[in-house]
Design a protein around this ligand. Structure first.
Ligand code: FEO
Length: 176
């Protein structure tokens, strides 16, 4: 017997699919980069895959703890149709903006339903999405600052170094 309302269970199940999609998207982006020898960028995206799996599992654990059913849904194939690394990085930022909107909309639904438990659980995701936006917006701003257009050469090598330093946890990868 669950205390959660069907509408909330459905929304949380959809978010499980959305987080799974994000993990697949970043895996695909990583492999797109590997195919082109962009190993720093590939490492950055690959390192982000378990982050998304963590988000997925947190939602699943909450549903299970709440006595609600989880139904694993089909996940659409992620896009692989990119022409430059700039396009890939911008698409990743746009995706994080979309997920942030989904989380905020979920929190709004939980509030409307007076589902304080789900609302409380979602606070973690709200904070997490804020971090995700800081991370991905920082990359897009770095692209703008450096005028990187995705061409091969010194700028590409530097961009790969920058992205690899992000994997290593540098908070100012442009200065290291
Ligand atoms: Fe699950 Fe990158 O947000």
């Amino acid at each position: 017997m669950t205390m959660l309302k069907p509408k909330i269970i459905e929304r949380l199940n959809n978010q499980v699919t959305s987080e799974t999609y994000a993990s697949q998207l970043y895996l695909q982006m990583s492999l797109w980069c590997e195919d082109r020898g962009m190993h720093g960028a590939a490492a950055f995206f690959r390192a982000h895959v378990p982050e998304e799996i963590k988000h997925r599992d947190k939602l699943i654990d909450y549903l299970v703890e709440s006595g609600a059913s989880v139904e694993i849904q089909a996940v659409p194939a992620p896009s692989n149709d990119f022409s430059t690394l700039v396009e890939v990085l911008q698409a990743a930022y746009q995706h994080e903006q979309k997920v942030t909107h989904q989380i905020h909309s979920l929190a709004e639904a939980a509030m409307e339903e007076k589902d304080f438990s789900t609302f409380n659980m979602l606070q973690w995701f709200i904070a997490e999405q804020r971090e995700e936006i800081v991370l991905f917006r920082g990359i897009v701003e770095h692209i703008e600052l450096t005028g990187f257009t995705g061409e091969n050469g010194t700028a590409m090598v530097q961009m790969n170094r920058y992205l690899h330093r992000l994997v290593l946890g540098s908070s100012h990868p442009e200065l290291d």
